[in-house]
Write a protein that binds this ligand. Structure first.
Ligand SMILES: Cc1cc2nc3c(=O)[nH]c(=O)nc-3n(C[C@H](O)[C@H](O)[C@H](O)COP(=O)(O)OP(=O)(O)OC[C@H]3O[C@@H](n4cnc5c(N)ncnc54)[C@H](O)[C@@H]3O)c2cc1C
Length: 471
């Protein structure tokens, strides 16, 4: 019998196995397919590589503006997929985690197929492995949500991008959360005619309303057809050229056709194969594994971490939760999971990002001041010819501290990282304004906004009060 069995080798599982072994537990890591999980093989790493290719396409279109004469860029999708594979392999080959795991003596059982509980202390896998353990950590991640509508099997997910042989001439993207907008933005840059469907009133519903509006406007001006509040899907059916989606709103029937329909309407826990009942592990009403503050499930010898728990569903959080779950699995419930400041963003065109509270959320509980800088008024964005977007600070009038930062446009994700540090450091806006960040930079937008907020709050900010990035 091993001490700790970790199921799933994504970021949560790898960190959990590392931590458990580091604390001296005999640890086995069992995973269905490749080491690295969705993050390394199907999510951020390969999708970011496609997004980088989309960025290169749009950068190439700018070359003429800067006096560089080349032809119109043309994408060879099969060569791009080769590059994606190269990147995925390179990232995997350079993973220090793999080496650490081996050094610590974790037994890694890759490509074991699905694991399932045979009883409370035993798992079995499709490959025939049977493993008994004192403690388990479930890190099986999630899968794209399926819709119970006729013809759903004709639809695709983002994962199908890896098996396409060419860029589809047209695409329906259903669902405009983080994954849907990425797919729409990337394939629009590659030349697909994209229609984006959102059931709710606005795309990116978790973002600040100004962010949703700016991304919608930018998508529309890039010829993505954005349908908000489009109604309910009735069915999908095959057409000679691809697929048709039938939908209805207020009794009115409508349809849209394209070569492909990609559905990204949510992420659900990958628990179906696990036979959780045999271990006494319960799920919540959304289907995610229920955990307490110690990442302990309803069966106290079973812990869970990462997407399978439905918390933030991002790599850094999966890593943190894996560490916490393993610590508590080995030492007993001693380390609660904390809700650290967590920036969120995506590499669309334009990028968008946030950290902290949206303006609407902040107004529910605080007396709020906002400062906004449009990207057509900052030196660096003008230099780079990237003047679409804005950055907004949401500031508490009482404490003078930043409650949230929201950005759309070039390097928005990087701006949010710097904002996250200032929030985590509990800095006042006048303190942030006094830091002479480099000129001309995207991060410099933050000090300019902080100075503007500080002025409105009658705070002393010294020489920075009147500077507008040095020009
Ligand atoms: C398109 C896309 C883009 C994303 N981009 C970003 C991004 O830019 N930044 C970011 O931070 N996050 C991003 N994410 C989210 C991020 O990928 C996840 O939050 C992260 O991978 C979660 O890690 P995990 O360890 O919980 O699960 P996963 O990475 O999903 O790993 C779970 C592992 O468990 C295995 N498994 C599943 N069931 C079983 C079973 N029964 N038995 C054995 N093994 C099993 C799976 O094969 C997999 O290896 C993105 C997600 C998607 C879909």
């Amino acid at each position: 019998m091993t001490d700790v069995a970790v199921i799933g080798a994504g970021p949560a599982g790898v960190l959990a196995a590392l931590r458990a072994a580091d604390l001296g537990a005999r640890t086995t890591l069992v995973t269905r397919d490749e080491f690295g999980g969705m993050a390394a093989n199907d999510g951020p790493v390969p999708v970011r590589t496609l997004a980088h290719a989309a960025r290169l396409m749009r950068d190439a279109r700018q070359l003429g503006r800067y006096g560089i004469v080349v032809g119109e860029p043309r994408l060879e999708y099969s060569r791009l997929l080769e590059r994606v594979r190269e990147v995925v392999n390179d990232v995997r080959a350079h993973s220090s985690l793999r080496r650490q795991i081996e050094t610590l003596g974790v037994e890694v059982r890759e490509r074991a197929g699905h694991a399932r509980f045979a009883d409370a202390h035993t798992i079995e896998t499709d490959s025939g492995l049977r493993l008994a353990a004192e403690t388990f950590i479930i890190c099986t991640g999630g899968v794209s949500r399926r819709l119970p509508v006729p013809g759903f099997e004709l639809t695709n997910t983002h994962s199908d991008a890896w098996s396409l042989t060419s860029v589809p001439p047209s695409m329906l993207v259903v669902g405009a959360g983080a994954t849907g907008v990425q797919v729409a933005s990337i394939f629009n840059a590659f030349g697909s005619r994209v229609q984006l469907f959102q059931a709710g009133p606005r795309i990116l519903p978790g973002e600040d309303e100004d962010v949703s509006a700016a991304v919608t406007a930018a998508f529309r001006s890039a010829n993505v057809v954005v349908h908000e509040d489009f109604g309910a899907i009735e069915s999908f059916e095959r057409t000679p050229a691809g697929v048709r989606m039938n939908f209805a709103k207020n009794g009115q029937h409508n349809s849209a056709e394209a070569t492909l329909a990609v559905v990204a309407v949510g992420w659900v826990a990958a628990t179906e194969a696990l036979n959780l009942a045999a271990a006494g592990v319960e799920t919540d009403d959304r289907g995610f594994v229920k955990v307490d503050a110690y990442m302990r499930t309803t069966a106290h010898h079973v812990f869970a971490a990462g997407d399978v728990t439905g918390r933030m569903m991002l790599v850094p959080q999966a890593i943190q939760d894996g560490f916490v779950a393993a610590t508590n699995a080995v030492r007993g419930p001693t380390m609660p999971a904390d809700d650290a400041v967590s920036p969120v963003g995506s590499f669309t065109d334009p990028e968008y990002a946030q950290v902290g509270l949206t303006e609407a959320k902040a107004r529910e509980t605080h007396d709020v001041l906002t400062a906004v800088l449009p990207f057509d008024a900052t030196t660096r964005t003008i230099i780079d010819g990237r003047t679409t977007g804005f950055c907004k600070l949401v500031v508490d009038r009482k404490t003078f501290r930043m409650l949230g930062c929201h950005a759309v446009g070039e390097r928005a994700v990087e701006i949010a990282q710097v904002a996250a540090i200032t929030i985590a450091a509990n800095m006042r806006v006048d303190e942030l304004a006094r830091i002479p960040l480099s000129f001309p930079t995207y991060a410099g937008t933050l000090t300019r906004l902080a100075a503007s907020a500080a002025r409105k709050l009658n705070l002393e900010v010294g020489w920075q009060a009147n500077q507008s990035e040095g020009v």
